[in-house]
Design a protein around this ligand. Structure first.
Ligand SMILES: C[S@@+](CC[C@H](N)C(=O)[O-])C[C@H]1O[C@@H](n2cnc3c(N)ncnc32)[C@H](O)[C@@H]1O
Length: 266
């Protein structure tokens, strides 16, 4: 029986690409959602009360077990029903946003410890998931932030997570930004986004354009996934900071022990 726990612990970023988890990302097939108007853009969102109740009922507010105890997040934890339920009972697309990934943790830690990197800057968090890195950028004093994730439920979760951290809702974009005309950003941050070869290729090209066209700084957080370590982008990275992962994050990520922030300099 497939468990949500199954995709969380074993299916994310598997060596073979047959997991439910990866299939969802690869298809880009977004279901239709009860709150309508997707994709949407704007400052936060008016949360559909039913969806809000669903998210609140099926996640737990936590700030433990990650590199950033300053940030409170609604996540899927062992105390949530769907941690143990069959994966196919989850009514929406796979909830990547309900996990705070090691790449995002390292990036967020780095931004919180080095607010000069974001203070007064425009910051795009590409593939923001739960929104922790965008929240860290806001806490560090970023002037303009866009949290971008192709999953509209991630957008809702980010809005709830902003509220948890006493922040006004952040602007959220759920279009695939890789298909759009590039805006100018001072900084683009990507946590744990290099988990699929095709996506890695697309991101690499897009980031190169950002860098060359706008002089954008790009910071990537990654715990050493094969699709990242084996990618040609490796030749264009400078190590910024490496973090030892907390025990709970190690356990949930098949024994990964560190996560690194890289500066992309093509
Ligand atoms: C592994 S999660 C990382 C989330 C977060 N950055 C973190 O480190 O916790 C990857 C996220 O990227 C999103 N994603 C995948 N492809 C994307 C794309 N082309 N543009 C924006 N988001 C994307 C997924 O929906 C998912 O939330």
């Amino acid at each position: 029986m497939a468990l949500i726990l199954g995709w969380r612990t074993f299916a994310p970023f598997p060596m073979n690409h047959s997991g439910v988890f990866l299939k969802a990302v690869r298809s880009n097939g977004l279901p239709s959602f009860p709150w309508g108007h997707y994709p949407w853009r704007g400052t936060g969102s008016v949360l559909d009360p039913e969806m809000k109740a669903f998210l609140e009922e099926n996640t737990e507010v936590t700030n433990s077990g990650s590199l950033t105890p300053e940030i409170r997040l609604r996540l899927l934890t062992p105390r949530c029903k769907f941690w143990w339920q069959r994966a196919d009972l989850w009514p929406y697309s796979d909830p990547y946003w309900a996990i705070y990934w090691p790449g995002g943790q390292a990036l967020s830690r780095y931004l919180l410890d080095n607010p000069d990197v974001v203070r007064g800057k425009s910051v795009l968090d590409l593939g923001s998931g739960c929104g922790a890195t965008a929240i860290a950028a806001k806490m560090g004093g970023a002037l303009r932030i866009l949290a971008n994730d192709i999953d509209p439920i991630a957008g809702m979760a980010i809005t709830l997570n902003c509220e948890l951290n006493q922040l006004n809702p952040l602007p959220i974009l759920t279009n695939n930004i890789l298909d759009l005309e590039q805006d100018k950003w001072d900084l683009v941050v990507l946590g744990d986004m290099f988990y699929d070869e095709d996506l890695a290729d697309g991101l690499h090209q897009w980031l190169k354009n950002c860098f060359w066209k706008h002089g954008t700084r790009v910071l990537i957080g990654d715990p050493g996934r094969p699709q990242f370590s084996g990618h040609s982008i490796q030749h264009q990275l400078h190590k910024v900071e490496e973090y030892s992962l907390p025990e709970p994050t190690r356990r949930e990520n098949n024994g990964l022990t560190t996560s690194t922030v890289w500066d992309f300099q093509p």
